[in-house]
Design a protein around this ligand. Structure first.
Ligand SMILES: Cc1ncc(COP(=O)(O)O)c(C=O)c1O
Ligand SMILES: N[C@@H](CCOP(=O)(O)O)C(=O)O
Length: 468
């Protein structure tokens, strides 16, 4: 199994190198050269397996045999052993059509744990084999940061620096990142938006001498291993709902486009997913694209679902590459123009191919509160504000979706966003016991302007301090 860059200039490479590389040197994202495929009988045989085993079976083909199946299975078992629910990612029926796929039973209460718990272990496995050390640099709008820190804290071969937008995460999210006392962890609050943080991280990756000097690695979904590890939960849920004998739809509250791209990857592996619903808050660039081929970035506005306050969705580039017929030169051209002008010129034929599979939906803050309230009154189920975008989208688009059951990605625990949930329902959800003293813990983070040189020198001094 070889991986190629969406922009075609970086050398193709195998799984372990892609895991450690994160972003390709040409600024593109890695994708498998050809997709692993399971037949209906092979999918059927996975129905009802323990989650860790199903995950190992789905992910293993992506390793190209570089990791023996039994080793991967051990890493998966270890990754999900600490989850608070025995099913790891249980499916809860919300109404006659919609099912919440609860992805928030890991240590940091968001779907990021599903992949990052495994990624931390994969880093360790590969680095121990190679006798190498890495510096992870990641950008977060709130959830990737804490999940990555939790997965990498105290690992001997890893230093980790997480950039978050100053004052734009929930307090629970910020404290989950900034109260971890491990010496290999550092937090940087950037005076800017998530997109600014993500741009800084990508700029560090395309600065070849810096990347080499620091041995940079990525935990964001620019890292293909993140996407690979997000595919199994769609398979588990779809199989539970009768796939491959029927089609299902998925509804995913979307920001960086990684989670919905994992569902799309599952389809490329043969899982019959009939529709991808992309839910957006007021930062609705993806919904505008799907409605009218208008992919034009606007300034990011804060919302009640802060993890989705994103305008430049990294993983859209992976879909774009497919829409453009796997043409790296065309992909690079479109991405260059988007960078230069803030408008992405997607050819009409590619846009039509996108809307044949994807639907967009936008929900503002008032609608989000109303959805949390409505679902709570109807069923007693508490939604976090991100998941609320997904359930509202599933309901609004149900008439167009031919009776397919809809898997709604429930991406965060409501206790991560207690203010919004309380505003909608009058109930303030409590944090699980492991986080009960979060507000008494001491915080540590630095604040910097949105400046590449300053951010790089922060990363360098953190890595050097730990290496000494
Ligand atoms: C709770 C939550 N929901 C939804 C999203 C959006 O997911 P993605 O960035 O994969 O589109 C995020 C951030 O990634 C998140 O943290
Ligand atoms: N919403 C995310 C943004 C980063 O997404 P990623 O999937 O690329 O890591 C966050 O919570 O940080």
């Amino acid at each position: 199994m070889r991986y190629v860059s969406t922009r075609g200039e970086a050398a193709p490479r195998g799984f372990e190198d892609v895991l450690l590389a994160g972003l390709a040197e040409d600024g593109g994202l890695f994708l498998p050269e050809s997709w692993p495929h399971f037949s209906p009988a092979e999918w059927r045989a996975m129905r009802g397996l323990p989650y860790a085993e199903l995950a190992a079976r789905v992910i293993h083909p992506f390793t190209g045999g570089s990791i023996p199946f039994e080793t991967l299975l051990g890493l998966c078992r270890d990754s999900y052993a600490g989850f608070r629910h025995p099913a790891v990612a249980p499916l809860v029926q919300l109404d006659s059509r919609a099912f919440a796929l609860e992805l928030f039973h890991g240590p940091t209460l968001a779907f990021k744990d599903m992949a990052l718990q495994l990624l931390g272990r994969l880093f360790d496995h590969v680095l121990a084999k190679r006798g190498e050390r890495i510096t992870i640099v990641g950008a977060t709008s709130g959830d990737t940061g804490s999940a990555a820190i939790e997965a990498c804290r105290d690992r001997a071969s890893v230093d980790i620096v997480i950039l978050h937008p100053l004052g734009r995460t929930s307090e629970v999210q910020r404290r989950q990142m900034t109260t971890v006392p491990s010496p290999n962890v550092a937090n940087l609050a950037i005076e800017g938006s998530f997109d600014d943080c993500q741009d800084l991280v990508k700029a560090m990756f395309v600065d070849a001498p810096f990347r080499e000097e620091m041995r940079l690695a990525a935990v964001n979904s620019i890292n293909w291993a993140r996407i690979a590890a997000q595919i199994p939960y769609y398979a588990a849920a779809a199989l539970a709902l009768g796939v491959p004998e029927r089609e299902v739809a998925v509804s995913v509250p979307t920001g960086n486009f990684g989670n919905v791209l994992a569902a799309w990857a599952a389809k490329r592996m043969g899982l019959p997913i009939g529709r991808f619903i992309v839910g957006a808050n007021r930062n609705d660039i993806l919904a505008r694209f799907l409605a009218s081929n208008d992919m034009s970035a606007k300034p990011v506005e804060p919302s009640l679902s802060p993890s989705m306050d994103i305008q430049v969705s990294s993983n859209f580039e992976r879909l774009l590459y497919g829409l453009l017929g796997d043409d790296p030169a065309a992909t690079a051209r479109v991405m260059r123009e988007f960078r230069a002008t803030g408008r992405m010129p997607v050819p009409d034929v590619a846009w039509r191919a996108a809307v044949a599979e994807f639907q967009g939906f936008t929900l503002d803050d008032a609608g989000t509160l109303e959805e949390i309230r409505r679902v709570y009154r109807a069923s007693g189920y508490l939604l976090d504000p991100h998941t609320a975008v997904g359930t509202a989208a599933a309901r609004a688009l149900a008439p167009e979706n031919k009776g397919m059951p809809v898997i709604v990605a429930a991406t965060a625990h409501p206790a991560k966003f207690p203010d919004a949930v309380e505003q909608a329902t009058g109930l303030r959800p409590a944090l699980p016991p492991a986080l009960a003293d979060l507000f008494e813990r001491e915080e540590r983070f630095s604040v910097l302007p949105n400046d590449l040189r300053e951010a790089q020198s922060f990363v360098r001094s953190h890595a050097l301090r730990n290496a000494a």
